[in-house]
Design a protein around this ligand. Sequence first.
Ligand code: RI2
Length: 325
Amino acid sequence: MKKGPFEPVRRTSEAIRTMEIRGAGRIARAASSALSEMVEIWDGPSRDELLSDLKKAAGMLHATRPSAVSLRNAILLTLKGAELEEDVDSIREAVRNNSSSFLKASREAVEVISRIGMKRIPKGSTVMTHCNSSAALSIIEAAFNDGRIEEVYATESRPWRQGQLTAGWLAERGIPVTMIVDSAARFFMNGMDMVCVGADTVAANGAVINKIGTAQIALAAHEARTPFMVAAETYKFSPETLMGSLVEIEDRGPEEVADPLKPEDLPGVKFKNPVFDATPPEYIDSIVCELGIISPYMATEIIREMFGGFRSLSSGRNGSDFRWL
Ligand code: RI2
C-alpha cells in the first residue's frame, strides 16, 4: 500500500477509532472528506489501481466504527458511480463532487431537522437527552430559542461521558441544564415532557441504534408516557437491514469500563463494553429526519426512497471487504 495518498485516510481512521472525531454525523463527514483528499493527491498510474486503492480506503474507514451506518453510507455516497468513470481525472472529479454534495446535504439536513423537530416540543418543556448528538441538540437549541424549552437534563453517558460535552454546550448557550448519572434517568423521568436523542443507525423495522443506555431511557419514557423523539438524518437509515442484516454492535475495550481503575486492578473480573443498543420501535414516538417527522414504522419507506437505486458499491458486515457490484 502506498504511503502518500493513504495518509488522509489513515489519519482520519485513527482519529475516528480513538474517538477524537465522534458523533455519527461528524465521522461520516470526516470519512467523506478523507476520500476526497485522497483522490486529490493520488498519483498512481491507472484508473484500475485508483479504484482498488479507494476500495481499500473505504474498508479502512468503515472498520473504525462498524455500527455507524452513517459512516458506511457516507463512504458509499462519496464513491458512488466512481467505477463507471473511464479515467483517473473523471474518478477524481466524481469523488470530489460527491463528497462536496454529501457534506452540504448533511449539514443542511441538521438545519431542517432543527426547524421541524422543535415544533413537536410543547411550550414550557423540560427535556432529557442522552450522549452528545448534534442533530438532537439542534432541535433542543431551536426549541429553547422559540421559548419551548425551560430546562434540559443531560445524562452522563458512560463510559465516554459525552454528557459533559452536551451539558457544557448547552450551558455556553445559556440553556439551563442539569447533568445526571445514567442510572438516574428513571428517577427523573416523571418530570420530563419529552426525551430527544440522536441515532447512529435507523433499521428498516424502525429500531434505533444509539449510544448504550438509550433503550433503557426509552423504556422508562414509555412507562412514564413521556414522548420519545429521535433526530436522524436520512443517511443514518440502513438499507442493508431491509434485507434482514443485523446491525453489528461495536464492542470497545475493558479499560473504558474499569476507569478510573485499570482492568488489571480487578483480577478475575471480566468486562463487556457494548457502545450502542437498539431501541425497539414500540418505544419510539417519532423520528425527525430532513424529509419530515415520521413514525418509526415508516423507516422502510425512507430507505426505499433514499437508497432504492443505490447499487454502486457494497460492504461486508465487518467493513473490511468493500467491493464494487
Ligand atoms: P449526531 C454518537 O455516537 C451518539 O450515539 C449520538 O447519539 C450519535 O452519535 C448521533 O450523533 P458516538 O460517536 O450525528 O459518540 O447526531 O459513539 O451528532
